[in-house]
Design a protein around this ligand. Structure first.
Ligand SMILES: [Fe+2]
Ligand SMILES: [Fe+2]
Length: 147
């Protein structure tokens, strides 16, 4: 069974970000599958590398979208991305140099690593964009100039 299942609740409302998040789900599921089926270390390292690479690409892309939207929480969000990247980078490094074995805790860590961030932080972008749309006053028929 897949570790992570995509839910509508995870949609941020930005199609590109949502596509990226779905891909990250797949990458974490690939990693979980490799671990659960006791693939050799090389295989697990390969899927972990793909996950780390994609996470880096995604963070940069998401920050670009936030910048373009004028999102005021960008600097804080970038700092959170840096900390998240550091966590996964350290995990990858420790696995590669044989300091850790991937266990259930590491798998659960990855699940929380992604889902908590999407739900807790990435969703704030959609709240901001929606709030901004609502803040634009609706035009009334009487506002429209008749020429
Ligand atoms: Fe994010
Ligand atoms: Fe994200």
């Amino acid at each position: 069974m897949a570790l992570l299942n995509w839910k509508a609740d995870y949609c941020t409302g930005n199609a590109k970000i949502d596509d990226d998040h779905r891909t990250l789900f797949e990458r974490i599921n690939d990693f979980h599958y490799a671990w659960e089926h006791k693939r050799d270390r090389k295989d697990i390292a390969r899927v972990l590398n793909r996950l780390v690479e994609y996470a880096e690409e995604h963070f940069a892309r998401e920050e670009g979208i936030m910048r373009a939207a004028g999102y005021p929480g960008l600097a804080r969000h970038q700092a959170i991305h840096e900390a998240l990247f550091e966590q996964i980078f350290v995990l990858q490094g420790h696995f590669e140099d044989g300091r850790i074995r991937i266990d259930r805790d590491a798998v659960d860590f990855l699940r929380g690593w992604l889902v908590d961030h999407i739900v807790g932080e990435d969703m704030k972008l959609s709240a901001y964009v929606e709030g901004r749309v609502e803040a634009v006053p609706a035009r009334k028929a009487s506002d429209i100039d008749v020429v």
